[in-house]
Write a protein of this length. Structure first.
Length: 267
């Protein structure tokens, strides 16, 4: 069983959802990223998503775009991100790590080499924002051969007919982009989630994680009532930019407590 599957199995048995915070690798520098990864794992993160900086982050809002620019200025590369994962794994072999990024850096690295090196470094899953469903075979076989989950994104605009096609070959969990638009702009309501999450569950047994727009513990708790995980990104990056690592970790702890305390909504 993969680390990701193991975490969701444990949480399902406990009757609660997961918290998945986000770190943009190398923002504002490598040392801070490692401190965040280590601290998040100690402050309630069940899985951690690591953003791979890219020059054309088409799905990201202003906050993550700016974080990516800072990271690139600090010297971020794909090799550097994998080295960061290796350093985290030297002290933590339990918390699942998911890389989120874009296809071009993977193609530039070489798909076979990248999937091998990512797995060897300790990566558990991949979210490739701009990988079209029709071209998923560029990555899926190599990822599967190296034991990496490929986590697919679905949105409110994904039709019932298309959902099974998008999710074919996916593993780990489903990333539900709960709003139309870019990251960090607005938040889905409880009514939105009550309508949309069951629609996805009808076509997959994978856990469903909700992202894009979750900023507060109260919002994370609403997500945890309906889905299997809440993903928080832009709010944490904003807090890091305006304060410090310790304050970000306080927020992660508060988000974790909210998710842990959320009572599941039953049909």
């Amino acid at each position: 069983m993969s680390r990701i599957a193991g975490v969701f199995a444990e949480l399902r048995a406990a009757g609660r959802a997961a918290l998945i915070p986000f770190v943009e690798a190398f923002d504002p520098n490598r040392e801070t990223s490692l401190a965040l990864l280590t601290g998040m794992a100690k402050n309630g993160a069940d899985i951690i998503e690591i953003g791979v900086p890219f020059t054309d982050p088409m799905a990201d809002g202003p906050t993550i775009q700016q974080a990516g620019r800072r990271a690139l200025a600090a010297g971020a590369t794909m090799h550097g991100v994998l080295a960061l994962v290796r350093d985290f794994r030297a002290a933590n072999n339990q918390t699942p790590l998911v890389l989120m990024g874009y296809l071009n850096p993977i193609l530039s690295y070489g798909v076979d080499s990248f999937t091998h090196d990512a797995a060897a470094a300790g990566v558990d899953g991949l979210i490739v924002v701009d990988l079209p469903t029709e071209e998923a075979d560029l990555l899926l076989p190599a990822a599967a051969a190296n034991g990496l989950d490929v986590i697919r994104l679905v949105a409110p605009t994904t039709s019932d007919d298309r959902l099974p096609l998008v999710l074919a070959g996916s593993s780990g969990f489903v990333y539900y982009v709960s709003i139309t638009g870019i990251t960090g702009t607005r938040t889905a309501s409880a009514a939105d989630l009550a309508r949309d999450i069951p629609r996805i569950r009808r076509v997959t047994s994978l856990p469903i994680a909700v992202g894009f727009g979750i900023r507060t513990p109260a919002q994370a708790a609403i997500v945890a009532q309906h889905a299997d995980a809440a993903i928080v990104a832009s709010a944490l990056i904003d807090k890091l930019f305006t304060t410090n690592v310790a304050t970000v970790l306080e927020d992660v702890n508060a988000l974790s407590e909210a998710v842990r305390g959320a009572a599941k909504v039953t049909a």
